[in-house]
Design a protein around this ligand. Structure first.
Ligand SMILES: Nc1nc2c(ncn2[C@@H]2O[C@H](COP(=O)(O)OP(=O)(O)OP(=O)(O)O)[C@@H](O)[C@H]2O)c(=O)[nH]1
Ligand SMILES: [Mg+2]
Length: 392
C-alpha cells in the first residue's frame, strides 16, 4: 500500500491493457501532477500543459529523443488529473512512463487509484474495467464512460422520469439494451461450435480464428477435448470453443469429451450447429438442430457436391459455408455479431457496464411501470450520488 502522506509525488497509472490496442492511456494524478506532466510534454504548438485550458486536448511529444507523439489533456485541476494518450506498443508506453518517472511521478496500479481517492463512482469503476478491456472497441466504450457518458445519461433519465412517463420508459429500455452489451465489455462472449464428428468444426474454428488452432483430420473423433481460441469479431471479443463431435461411442475418453460438449452448448452465448452438406443428414444432426438455446445453423463443406437441399435442414435460416474456400464466412460472421450484439452503442452513449447497473435499471423500469416514479428515481440515484461526490 502506498502512503500518500509520506510521499508527495504524484502517481502515474497505465489504464489500458498491456500489449493490446493501437492507443494506450496513461493518467498522472495527485498533488503536482500537472507540473510533472508539463515538465515532460513538448507541445506541437502553443503554451505548455500548465498554462493550457482544462479539458483542452493538446498534441505534442513525450520521451527521450524524438519521443512518442501523444495527446495530453488536463482533465481536472483540483484534484489534478492529466490524461496522456500515446501509441499502444510497449516501446511507446515505456518512453512516456520513463519520462514521467524521471520527472518525479511514481507508478501505481489502477486499483490503488480507486482506493486512494476513495472513489466509488461510475467513472472510477469504468477506469478499472478499462484496464481489462480486451479490444480497442471495448476500450473506447469504457473510455467514454470514464469521461462521464453514463453519468450524464442517468441525470437526463432522472429528469425524464419527473416528466412524461413514456419518454423515460423508452429511454430506460434503450439503456438496458445497451447494458446487455456493456456487461460483456471485459469478458466478451463465448461461441461454441458443435456437430457430429467430421462435419468440419475444427476447420471452421481455424477459419474464423484466422489461424490453425485446432487439429483438422479426416478421422472422425479427432477433437476429444475442448479447444478454445480468443479472437475478436468486428472489435467484439469472442472466445471460440471447438468441441468433440457428438455421437454414440464406447471410447471412454471420447465419451467424456462429448459430455463436455453437451455442457458447453447449454451455457454458450451462441452455438454454431454445424451440419455437413456433403453427406446425408443423420439422426444426430436432427437431435442437434432441435436442441435448445441461441444457435445458428451452418451447412459446412459448401465447396463439395451437396447431399441435401438447404430447406431440408429446417425452416429457420441456415448459412452455407466452405471453411476450405472461405465462401460464406463473411455472412456467418455478420450473423454471429448480429446475434451477440443486437444493439451497437452509438459513439458517446451512456453504457451500463456492470451487472449491478443493469439490476438497478431493471428495478427502476419495474417501478416506473407500476407508476412509482419516486422509487424509480431512488433505484437510479445511488449510482450518481457517488459520481457527484467526485465532481465536487
Ligand atoms: N472440402 C471440404 N472439406 C472440409 C471442409 N471443412 C472440413 N473439411 C474436411 O473434413 C474433415 C474433418 O474436418 P474437421 O474440421 O477435423 O472436423 P471436426 O468436425 O472437427 O471432426 P471431429 O473433431 O472428429 O469431431 C477433414 O478432412 C477436413 O479437411 C470444407 O469446408 N470443405
Ligand atoms: Mg475437430
Amino acid at each position: 500500500m502506498i502512503d500518500h502522506d509520506q510521499d508527495s509525488r504524484p502517481f502515474l497509472t497505465i489504464l489500458t491493457p498491456q500489449g493490446r490496442g493501437a492507443v494506450a492511456v496513461v493518467r498522472v494524478w495527485g498533488r503536482g501532477a500537472v507540473a510533472v506532466a508539463d515538465a515532460v510534454f513538448r507541445p506541437a504548438r502553443g503554451p505548455g500543459l500548465a498554462r493550457a485550458k482544462a479539458a483542452r486536448l493538446r498534441l505534442g511529444r513525450i520521451g527521450r529523443g524524438l519521443g512518442d507523439e501523444v495527446v495530453a489533456v488536463v482533465i481536472e485541476e483540483d484534484p489534478p488529473v492529466v490524461e496522456i494518450q500515446c501509441h499502444g506498443g510497449s516501446a511507446a508506453v515505456g518512453l512516456v512512463v520513463e519520462a514521467l518517472s524521471e520527472a518525479g511521478a511514481r507508478l501505481a496500479e489502477p486499483a490503488v487509484w480507486a482506493e486512494l481517492t476513495g472513489e466509488l463512482s461510475l467513472r472510477a469503476d469504468a477506469l478499472l474495467d478499462l484496464t481489462r478491456a480486451p479490444t480497442l472497441r471495448t476500450a473506447e466504450i469504457l473510455l467514454e464512460q470514464t469521461q462521464g457518458a453514463l453519468d450524464r445519461e442517468l441525470m437526463r433519465l432522472i429528469e425524464e422520469i419527473r416528466g412524461p412517463h413514456h419518454v423515460a420508459l423508452e429511454h430506460l429500455d434503450r439503456l438496458i439494451a445497451r447494458g446487455q452489451v456493456g456487461v460483456r465489455l471485459t469478458t466478451g462472449w463465448r461461441v461454441v461450435i458443435a456437430g457430429r464428428p467430421n462435419v468440419g468444426k475444427s476447420r471452421l474454428l481455424n477459419a474464423l480464428a484466422g489461424y490453425q488452432r485446432a487439429i483438422v483430420d479426416p478421422t472422425p473423433g479427432t477433437t476429444r477435448d475442448l479447444v478454445t481460441a480468443l479472437t475478436a469479431f468486428d472489435g467484439w471479443p469472442v472466445e471460440l470453443v471447438d468441441t468433440a463431435g457428438v455421437r454414440e461411442t464406447d471410447d471412454a475418453i471420447e465419451r467424456s469429451g462429448i459430455d463436455r460438449t453437451l455442457r458447453q452448448t447449454e451455457t454458450a452465448d451462441l452455438v454454431l450447429k454445424v451440419l455437413d452438406r456433403s453427406e446425408p443428414l443423420q439422426v444426430d444432426d436432427r437431435t442437434l438442430m432441435s436442441g435448445p438455446g441461441p444457435a445458428l445453423l451452418v451447412a459446412s463443406k459448401a465447396d463439395l457436391p451437396p447431399a441435401w437441399e438447404l430447406e431440408a435442414a429446417a425452416a429457420a435460416s441456415i448459412l452455407a459455408v466452405s471453411a476450405e474456400r472461405g465462401d460464406g464466412l463473411d455472412r456467418l460472421l455478420a450473423a454471429v455479431i448480429a446475434a451477440l450484439v443486437p444493439v451497437t452503442p452509438e459513439p458517446g452513449a451512456g453504457v451500463p457496464f456492470r451487472r449491478a447497473h443493469l439490476d438497478r435499471l431493471e428495478r427502476a423500469r419495474a417501478a416506473l411501470e407500476g407508476g412509482n416514479h419516486e422509487l424509480a428515481i431512488q433505484s437510479i440515484e445511488p449510482m450518481l450520488e457517488s459520481a457527484q461526490r467526485v465532481q465536487s
